[in-house]
Design a protein around this ligand. Structure first.
Ligand code: MN
Length: 319
């Protein structure tokens, strides 16, 4: 095997967060983290559940990003300001683009269903962050069979299989099932930084033992990923080219500046129907924006990905 530098790894703990408009819902967030703002253009990673819950996320806006919703268990009804009204089931992908502005709602289907779902955000690049709103649902994503594993390619390309999802920077998201007792080697794209989250079971990832919990950041030096699991596991693999720009993230908005976020908030609170058309079916119900903090919102500066950052570092100014 050719010699190459050992990948730099770092474990990032998820934290429990309250989610607006949801009663008693268990949500764990790994991104953004003060020591790891992004992985490629992935700037937000939440897991909802697993729990029996009536999820009721009322209409709310987004700018400057794409939302990726990926249910593992349970179904979600999505409605948006483009007029979309669809049910999303496990194995299917909802991808919504809110460049200049979009609004949507997400509600679980059924009576207190068992719900377990991932929601991620992709920061749009500077030449697409004002793009018109768009929505795609993909129900026939490619599945790659590898020795010891199979992977649904949710976004991007893995081992020669490409997702049809539209993204605007080089990105990867794959949902990998590891067979019990097997060793699987996944090819990684040079130049991408990668991270791994175990969703079910336990796995060893490049020699690091992982249960459901911490996000393992692999840096940008790995060209393959070796995973083993004694009992079988389900693992999310994220990757992307390091995102070049500083971003201001606040509530459901991404902008380049404090003023971008203030303008988006003003448009939502002012019922600007050009920027955020109504989401049909909810009457006047919507999630109001929280008050802005009494300081300028600071950009999340990209940190050198290979530098270890102390847990004592001050948290960036963000909700
Ligand atoms: Mn949303």
């Amino acid at each position: 095997m050719p010699a190459h530098p050992a990948p730099v790894t770092r474990l990032v703990d998820g934290r429990d967060v309250p989610l607006g408009g949801v009663r008693g819902m268990s949500v764990t967030r790994w991104l953004p983290h003060r020591t790891l703002p992004m992985v490629g253009a992935w700037c937000f990673l939440d897991r909802m559940g697993p729990q029996r819950v009536d999820m009721r996320v009322l209409p709310h806006p987004h700018t400057g990003l794409q939302t990726v919703t990926w249910p593992l268990t349970g179904s979600i009804r999505h409605r948006d300001s483009l007029g979309t009204d669809v049910v999303l089931r496990p194995g299917e992908l909802n991808l919504m683009t809110g460049g200049r502005g979009v609004a949507h709602s997400e509600l679980s289907l059924g009576e207190s269903p068992l719900l377990h779902a991932l929601q991620l955000w992709v920061a749009l690049p500077a030449d697409h962050d004002d793009a018109p709103a768009a929505f795609e649902q993909h129900t026939d994503l490619p599945v790659v069979e590898l020795p010891g594993a199979r992977a649904s390619v949710v976004v991007g390309e893995l081992a020669g299989a490409a997702s049809p999802a539209t993204v605007h920077t080089p990105l990867l998201a794959a949902d990998v099932t590891l067979d019990a007792g097997a060793t699987a080697t996944l090819p990684l794209r040079p130049g991408f930084e990668h991270a791994v989250l175990v969703l079910e079971g336990e796995a060893s990832v490049d020699g690091t033992g992982l249960g459901v919990g911490p996000l393992l950041f692999l840096g940008a030096d790995a060209d393959e990923l070796v995973m083993t699991s004694a009992g079988g596991a389900r693992v999310l693999l994220l990757g992307g080219e390091p995102y070049p720009d500083d971003l201001v993230m606040w509530w459901n908005f991404i902008g380049r500046t404090h003023e971008d976020v203030v303008a988006a908030r003003d448009a939502w609170e002012g019922h600007d129907r050009d920027r955020f058309p109504t989401v049909p079916g909810h009457g006047g119900e919507r999630i109001p924006a929280p008050p802005l903090p009494p300081v300028r919102l600071a950009p999340r500066r990209r940190r050198p990905p290979l530098r270890e950052v102390s847990d004592d570092a001050p948290a960036p100014a963000m909700s």
